[in-house]
Design a protein around this ligand. Structure first.
Ligand code: NAD
Length: 570
């Protein structure tokens, strides 16, 4: 913020120099309380005349806003309303969203955020976070230095190229870091003063955006290759220098870039990629919980991934690691995983297989009736008949990929098939939760990527657990910040998955839900954070002293949106 306002995340207080004008104060969302400024504050801060006379409680403000919110005709309008509230008053915004968490999460994040990214240049009101475009390469350090009074503890960065399942949205991808950081605050109590969304604009290959006269990003095709990597390197070098203690999260990069940046920087600073590692942990947590319904061990599970991209890679690797923990060798563990992409089953006879696909590629000899000349003919149901997977995961970004036949075959080869159509947004889900339950005669254990309403089938109610990364990444961030964690490792994600699975209650399982109710998400983040710190200390990435009073320490570091006294700095 630019008004000499200093914020202290530890005491959660805002201090202001006397130079701050009252008008600027009520325009600053971090300290603004709107009509809730007390009579004493109105005297001391010279706010008289700038506000109507009645003083509201936060409850009255929440009620007023909820009435206005309900009057908005569609989800995009509701999203714009929430953005404006956040721009006016951060505390009230977070309190408002927390009070109605289940209703609001699909608005501040997927699916509505996807539509907001697509419409970004049309609904744009006010900048939030940092926009660093390719032409600013030499100035990145200064831009970072000038932006914050106090260094952020969590940065989420995107280049907008693979936004949810919606592809390249260019500068519009900024909606994702903003939304993700909102989730850090809501789900794990990371103070909004400590978060920084960043958009790295290197152009877009989205023809519709380039042709749009209102488009707000760089109006040229994406910079690629060495020039792109040099720009990313400049950004990371500046982050390391200016915000050396911050956690850097990569978000919605194209698969190749996502994997490259993670491999390049994971040992250089505290960093992770949620699309790969966070997804893997939340899915593996759901699988641990599913086996409590099927009464089988994890080592008995065979997984088929429909969609062999970044999400699939993270899931396959973490699942293989989990199987190894159950006593399998790496070769045996990988032998229980099948991948299927837009060309069909991934087999070793394919040419030019990238590393990940090659790792999990199957021997064509193990597939009956396999037509080597024409792999396209091997359909998903045929692969299921051959491989007899107990788990079918959808990470294909393809609506309808789980047809009635697919679900029926899964239900034929399993008493309780585990079926997670994970693609986002809702419109791209491989099937609906209701379809999976109906076509499997109520036997499928279903979790989805996007939220689905409970399903009634044959007199039974199925609550649909959402394999939402928000169960994992905010807790990882909380652990990293509260525990002074220096590096993020795959082991931490494994322990995070177990900690989340342990939060699934018998009552959840009776409803056939393999994730806890969203209303318990802060409790889940707390457990994930503690698990991350414990693992970090064991691996030498955090000081052992962090384990003293661990649970209370993490609890204390969680921010809750409440008004604090506002006063001038002495
Ligand atoms: P990606 O682009 O890296 O990979 C997509 C993969 O799907 C590619 O391998 C492609 O070949 C394959 N594919 C395309 N059409 C297919 C078809 N008809 N059948 C089978 N495979 C097909 O994308 P990603 O990052 O892996 O994400 C994929 C999807 O998973 C997205 O929709 C994303 O929103 C979703 N996702 C969900 C969660 C979650 O629910 N927690 C987390 C991460 C990603």
């Amino acid at each position: 913020m630019h008004f000499s306002i200093k914020t202290d995340a530890k005491t959660n207080r805002a201090y202001m120099s006397a130079a701050v004008k009252s008008r600027e104060l009520i325009n600053n969302p971090f300290v603004n309380k709107g009509t809730a400024f007390t009579p004493q504050e109105r005297d001391e801060l010279d706010l008289h005349g700038l506000l109507p006379p009645a003083v509201s409680t936060i409850e009255q403000q929440l009620a007023r806003n909820y009435n206005n919110f309900r009057a908005k005709p569609n989800n995009l309008e509701k999203y714009v309303f929430l953005n404006s509230l956040q721009d006016r008053n951060e505390t009230l915004f977070f309190r408002f969203v927390l009070e109605h968490l289940e209703e609001m999460l699909p608005l501040v994040y997927t699916p509505t955020v996807g539509e907001a990214c697509q419409r970004f240049s049309h609904i744009y009101r006010r900048a939030r976070g940092l926009y660093i475009d390719y032409n600013q390469g030499s100035r990145i350090e200064k831009i970072l230095r000038d932006f914050c009074d106090t260094p952020p503890s969590i940065i989420v960065v995107t280049d907008g190229e693979r936004i949810l399942g919606l592809g390249d949205q260019g500068v519009g991808g900024m909606g994702i870091p903003i939304g993700k950081l909102c989730l850090y605050t809501l789900c794990a109590g990371i103070s909004p003063y400590d978060t920084l969304p960043v958009m790295l604009d290197v152009g877009t290959d989205n023809a519709e955006r380039l042709a749009d006269p209102l488009y707000l990003g760089l109006r040229h095709k994406r910079i690629r290759g060495e020039a792109y990597q040099d720009f990313i390197d400049l950004f990371v070098a500046a982050v390391k220098k200016v915000y050396s203690e911050a956690l850097l999260q990569w978000e919605d990069f194209l698969k190749g870039n996502a994997l490259r940046q993670l491999a390049r920087f994971r040992d250089q600073l505290c960093t992770f990629n949620d699309d790969i590692q966070g997804t893997a942990a939340v899915v593996v947590a759901g699988l641990y919980a599913s086996t409590r319904i099927t009464n089988q061990s994890l080592r008995e599970q065979r997984m088929l991934l429909a969609g062999a991209g970044a999400a699939a890679q993270g899931i396959a690797d973490l699942f293989a690691a989990a199987l190894q923990k159950e006593g399998l060798t790496l070769k045996e563990a990988r032998g229980q995983i099948w991948t299927f992409d837009s060309k069909g089953l991934v087999t070793r006879d394919r040419r030019d297989l990238e590393d990940f696909k090659a790792t999990y590629a199957r021997d064509p000899g193990e597939v009956s009736n396999y037509d080597c000349k024409n792999q396209m003919r091997l359909t998903l149901p045929e692969v299921i008949r051959n491989a007899r997977p107990t788990i079918l995961l959808g990470t294909s970004g393809t609506r309808g990929a789980f047809s009635e036949e697919v679900i029926r075959v899964m239900a034929k080869v399993n008493a309780r098939p585990i079926i997670f159509p994970l693609s986002n947004p809702t419109s791209l889900s491989e099937c609906t939760a209701e379809d999976a339950i109906r076509w499997s005669e109520g036997r499928a254990i279903v979790a989805t990527g996007s939220p689905f309403l409970p399903v009634e089938f044959n007199g039974r109610r199925y609550r649909i657990g959402q394999g939402n990364n928000a169960y994992i990444f905010p807790g990882v961030g909380l652990g990293a910040t509260a525990g002074g964690v220096r590096r993020i490792t795959d082991g931490m994600f494994m322990d995070a998955a177990k900690a989340l699975a342990a939060k699934v209650t018998e009552n959840d399982l009776r409803e056939c839900a393999v994730y806890p109710e969203l209303t318990r998400i802060r409790e889940c983040s707390h457990a994930v954070a503690c698990a991350v710190i414990k693992r970090a200390a064991a691996e030498g990435h955090a000081d052992a002293s962090m384990l003293t009073n661990l649970e209370a320490r993490v609890e204390r570091s969680m921010w809750f949106p409440d008004y604090l006294p506002v006063r001038y700095e002495m």
